[in-house]
Design a protein around this ligand. Structure first.
Ligand SMILES: N[C@@H](CCC[C@H](N)C(=O)O)C(=O)O
Length: 287
């Protein structure tokens, strides 16, 4: 089978985008196509695959599959790239429109360059979910609806503290004195599969630089280390704020391995994310 694709990235978090307005893959094994396309040796190489689809409740719909083929509920970098894809394909004419993800509908606004191409996108990511039962995270001591803020978390006899936030998908945030010391390669793969997170979890390490600036690294559920995670950056700002590290009326600059995102959360309500979306290549995938 020959599938036309576009490869795009948001701060180095790259996905293979397939135009579901033109190509019908409903009968196909999408997790398997995602695994094949993502393979850097025998496929195209990416962090996963994203379907851009017509929606019955919004202007466009996103389905996201991680590198291992698992389907995720949400993807921040993917939402920005889907917005660029939909606008430049003229599936939407207005600059502000709505995208459906598995986790719900969000509003995106595209910002154009001199050639009228989408350079960056602001997404209203909706409200963070803080209730333990909804993240979901299990506990021996706390209640189902309490929040997980700086909670003791033991891994292989070592003591850490975790703050857990869902942006439609689950995130476990660990604060570091210095981001260069983050135990990304050791704690990342252990925590992502930890039984206390029954649906797995994206694992983030955060160094607070100052009240409006943080450094960030991620081990993504289903994909491993990536250059950036949009929902993770939103969760990290919420977690930093809940721990009292940030001023709540400020836009926060998040430095990720692949570049910067700008996130605002006022302590309640929606999280706003602004950042770039880039097209890398187009071609045909043989599966
Ligand atoms: N890279 C993404 C998140 C992708 C999904 C995640 N790995 C999960 O399984 O929840 C982003 O930019 O948010």
């Amino acid at each position: 089978m020959n599938i036309p694709f576009t490869k795009m990235h948001g701060l180095g978090n790259s996905y293979i985008y397939i135009d579901g307005f033109k190509v019908n893959l409903l009968e196909q094994d999408l997790p398997e196509i995602a695994r094949q396309a993502s393979n850097v040796h025998t496929g195209i190489g990416s962090d996963g695959l994203i379907m851009v689809l017509p929606s019955e409740v919004a202007d466009v719909r996103m389905r996201i599959f991680n590198r291992d083929g698992s389907e995720a509920m949400n993807c921040g970098n993917g939402l920005r790239c889907v917005a660029k894809f939909a606008y430049e394909s003229r599936y939407v004419q207005q600059k502000t429109f709505y995208i459906e993800a598995k986790s719900g509908v969000v509003q995106a606004t595209v910002h154009l360059d001199d050639d009228q191409l989408v350079e960056s996108v602001t997404v209203d990511m909706g409200e963070p979910i803080l209730a333990r039962s909804t993240i979901p995270m299990e506990t021996e001591s706390g209640g189902l609806f309490d929040e997980v803020i700086h909670e003791p978390f033991r891994v292989d006899g070592d003591d850490y503290h975790v703050t857990a936030v869902s942006m439609g998908n689950p995130h476990a945030i660990f604060f570091q004195e210095q981001i260069k010391d983050a135990p990304l390669y050791t704690l990342g793969p252990k925590v992502t599969n930890d039984d206390r997170f029954p649906e797995g979890v994206n694992v983030e390490f955060v160094e607070v630089v100052k009240h409006d600036e943080i450094n960030f690294r991620v081990w993504e559920r289903g994909s491993g280390i990536t250059q950036a995670c949009g929902t993770g950056a939103c969760a990290a700002v919420v977690a930093s704020s809940l721990n009292g590290y940030l001023e709540r009326d400020q836009e926060v600059t998040v430095h990720l391995d692949g570049g910067d995102l700008w996130i605002t959360w006022l302590g309640s309500g929606s999280v706003s994310m602004r950042g770039p979306a880039v097209t890398i290549a187009q071609g045909n995938l043989w599966v």
